[in-house]
Structures are given as structure tokens and as C-alpha cells.
Design a protein around this ligand. Structure first.
Ligand code: UD1
Length: 364
């Protein structure tokens, strides 16, 4: 089976790495690793290939940034020619970024089968660009691999044929399991003079949190309040850097003496930061899952989550942008008062194996 494995943006790399590796070692598969170049900075892309020991992409489209329409259209135009040339049996896409939706549309219009890994997740918030990407990709995919119960239920509710849906668990946790030992060699804690379990790790990049000045201002004021009690570590996404600059908030950031503002970190350094943190304060999707696996308290600065098992079973609390509530939750974390949590089923490091098993028996 000739498969094009698509990556585009940072959260895709850890999902494809275990699948690409197993396919390369299995004579029944001929994988082609294609990177759209949606993310292109060394710290948003190359560093992850190195940390995850992924081979260089076989094909690099070099799309870069742009408006949603521009970025999606550019990926589609480039990817069409690649599909016509390579004639793959299957295109495998992961997650919910613009590259995911763009490549699945192109493949389907060329009558190529599409597999979507991390299917069925729904925030039910159509103002989130990722929600549109999820809906479009799932609607046209031939194989739908789900990470958690809600994903399977959502797809059933949307009328997807049951034989397309395969509950295989969370492939991002495969990467976490594979790299946990290695991350212990990272010297990031000593470099930053951080004490284990005595800092809060922050990530923030959603357009709904950073594009609007008032919201961003409110969140930065919240950080300024929290840093009086506990150090903060904040690896900052390029979008957020731009917005802080654009909204004239740089001075507020530099006035915080207990804040470690970092460039985007590689996979291993970030893993080391996450597993030793007292808690994380985030608007990321993947971090909600990784902290649930690691048993680290997580506060999600969003009104909803497409990953409800992290909140129902895991360590996550979806707090919205209610800064008073978030402040109260941070107090509970400092007092070691957090909920009991469990790891959702099949988040066991073996998801890529299960995906390959389904693919090996797939007849299209
Ligand atoms: C994208 C995904 C989002 C994911 C996030 C993880 C979509 C719609 N969004 O958001 O789901 O959570 O990646 O990071 O696909 N930029 C750089 N260097 C880079 C990449 C981006 O400077 O390597 C800057 C550019 O100014 C760009 C902005 O970041 O305009 C946003 O990048 P973009 O790819 O549009 O979306 P993200 O916010 O990264």
C-alpha cells in the first residue's frame, strides 16, 4: 500500500512520527512523508523532526503563512500535482489544521481514499477554524480513526457508516511514551534554574485568545497576578509574539520578573517542562491530552474542548476566560488540591500498531 502521510503544522509531527516509523519497517507499506510547510520556522518544524527522529520529508511544499483561504488553496494546488504524479493508494491526514482539510479534499476529488487520524472530535464551536477542518475532513474520509469515546459517538450521530470508524486510541500518546525516557536528558530545568513542581507552564496561541486586544490584555494581567505566587514558564508561539507586539503589550510582559519567556521549545525540552510542572495553563488541544496522560493538572483557557475525556476522566478543567475562576483554580493547585484522574482507554503507546493493522486489512 502506497501511502502519503501528510504533516503541515507543529501538532502534526508527533502524530505522524510513530505511524511513519512503523510503515517504514513494514514491507506491506510504501510511505511517503509529505510536509506542506504550513509551519516553517526551525523551532516550529525542523526541531521536531530531529527530536522525534523522523526522516526528512520526501516532499516539501513550502506553503508558509497566509489567510485561511490562501493557505488552504496553496496546499490544494500543490498537493493535486503530487497526487497525480505519485498515485498513492491512500492519503493519511492527522488532526485539524488547514493542511489536514486541504489534502483530504484534493485526494477525494482524485478518487483517492483518505484516512483521518484523530477523527470525530468536536468542540461544537464553528468559530474555531479547526472545527471547520474537522467537519470537512471527517465528512469525506474513508477511514476514521478515533482517539476517545466522544469521537466515535459524534461520528455515529453525524451518520457515518459504522464500518468506517475505528477506535484505536491516541497516537500522540505513542510519541509521548516513546520519548519520555529521552526527555529526562533535557537540561532545560537547570538552564532556567527551575525547581521541579514549582512553576506553571503556559501556552497561548488560539486566535480567540490572542487576536483580540482586550482578551489578550486580560490574560496577561492574569499572568501578572499569578506570578506573584509561583514562577511562570511561557514558550511563546509566533502568532502570540506578533499579537503582543501589535497590541503594544511588550512592556507589560517585560515588567513580570517571575516569568520565563521562551522561544517555542522542541519536543523533548517541552516534554521535560510539562512533566515537571506544578500545572499547565493552556489553550492547546494536545496539551490537554498529554497532561492527562502524565497526571499533571491542566487548566484550559477556552470555553469548550473537543477532547472531553481529558475533563471527564483526566486532569483537565475547562475554565473559559473567567480570570477569577482561573485564579481560584491556581490557588487550589498550589494547595495540592486537584481532582482524581484516570488515563482514557487505549492511550497506551500502541495506537500506531492498531492503525497499521486496520490499514493492512483495508480493501478500499
Ligand atoms: C496552526 C493551526 C492550529 C494549531 C497551531 C499549532 C490551523 C487553522 N491552525 O495555528 O490548529 O493549534 O497551528 O501551532 O491550521 N508563524 C511563524 N512561523 C511558523 C508558523 C507560523 O512565524 O513557522 C506565524 C505566522 O505569522 C502566521 C501565524 O504564525 O501567520 C499563524 O500561523 P498559522 O499556520 O496560520 O496558524 P497557527 O496559529 O500556527
Amino acid at each position: 500500500m502506497k501511502v502519503i502521510n501528510v504533516v503541515g503544522a507543529r501538532p502534526n509531527f508527533m502524530k505522524i512520527a510513530p505511524i511513519q516509523r512503523l510503515m517504514m519497517a513494514n514491507e506491506n507499506f510504501t510511505p511517503i512523508l509529505l510536509h506542506t510547510g504550513q509551519h516553517y520556522d526551525k523551532r516550529m518544524s525542523k526541531l521536531f523532526f530531529e527530536d522525534l527522529e523522523m526522516p526528512q520529508p520526501d516532499i516539501y511544499l513550502g506553503i508558509g503563512s497566509g489567510s485561511h483561504a490562501e493557505q488552504t488553496a496553496k496546499v490544494m494546488m500543490e498537493f493535486e500535482g503530487i497526487c497525480q504524479r505519485e498515485k498513492p493508494d491512500l492519503v493519511l491526514v492527522v488532526g485539524d489544521v488547514n493542511s489536514t482539510a486541504a489534502c483530504s479534499i484534493v485526494a477525494k476529488k482524485l478518487h483517492i481514499d483518505v484516512a483521518h487520524v484523530e477523527a470525530g472530535l468536536r468542540s461544537n464551536d464553528r468559530e474555531m477554524p479547526e472545527e471547520i477542518n474537522r467537519l470537512v475532513t471527517d465528512a469525506i474520509s474513508d477511514l476514521l480513526f478515533t482517539t476517545e469515546k466522544s469521537g466515535t459517538e459524534n461520528l455515529h450521530r453525524e451518520g457515518q457508516a459504522p464500518e468506517k470508524i475505528h477506535f484505536v486510541g491516541n497516537v500522540m500518546i505513542d510519541s509521548l511514551v516513546n520519548n519520555l525516557e529521552k526527555s529526562k536528558n533535557s537540561d532545560i530545568l537547570s538552564r532556567l534554574k527551575l525547581e521541579k513542581e514549582n512553576y506553571i507552564l503556559i501556552t497561548l496561541h488560539r486566535p480567540s485568545n490572542v487576536d483580540d486586544k482586550e482578551t489578550l490584555f486580560k490574560l496577561i494581567n492574569l499572568f501578572a497576578d499569578i506570578e506573584k505566587d509561583i514562577p511562570l514558564v511561557f514558550p511563546i508561539h509566533p502568532r502570540t509574539t506578533k499579537m503582543i507586539e501589535m497590541h503594544g503589550l511588550n512592556d507589560k510582559i517585560s515588567a513580570m520578573k517571575n516569568l520565563h519567556l521562551l522561544e517555542p521549545q522542541g519536543y523533548l525540552d517541552f516534554l521535560q517542562l510539562m512533566r515537571n510542572a506544578k500545572a499547565t495553563l493552556t489553550d492547546s488541544g494536545g496539551i490537554q491530552e498529554e497532561t492527562t496522560y502524565l497526571g499533571i493538572p491542566c487548566i484550559t483557557m477556552r470555553e469548550n474542548t473537543e477532547r472531553p475525556s481529558t475533563a471527564d476522566m483526566g486532569t483537565n478543567i475547562v475554565a473559559g476566560r473567567n480570570v477569577d475562576y482561573i485564579r481560584k483554580l491556581i490557588g487550589k493547585i498550589i494547595d495540592n488540591d486537584w481532582k482524581e484522574a484516570r488515563v482514557p482507554p487505549l492511550w497506551d503507546g500502541k495506537t500506531a500498531e492498531r492503525i497499521l493493522e486496520v490499514l493492512a486489512n483495508y480493501r478500499g
